[in-house]
Write a new protein. Structure first.
Length: 76
């Protein structure tokens, strides 16, 4: 997901993320796993503030100095 810089600061990212979580849960998923870059401080803050926690990469060979994987159990 991506929010253009000019549209940031209005809660759009949080709204999009919540909508994706809701749609995913309705379809029966119990967990979401995502990744972002270590330098993407805005995304990392959004995910962590939304209850995501760090986890090992789900793609073999990903550089942990560049990539961050996070997970969240749905319904918690």
């Amino acid at each position: 997901m991506y929010v253009a810089p000019t549209a940031r600061g209005h809660g759009l990212g949080r709204h999009i993320l919540q909508s994706l979580e809701d749609q995913t849960a309705v379809r029966g998923a119990t967990q979401i796993v995502l990744k972002t870059g270590v330098s993407n401080h805005g995304a990392l803050a959004l995910y962590q503030n939304s209850g995501y926690t760090p986890r090992p990469s789900y793609v073999p060979g990903r550089d942990p100095l560049v990539n961050r994987a996070l997970t969240k159990r749905l319904g918690d």
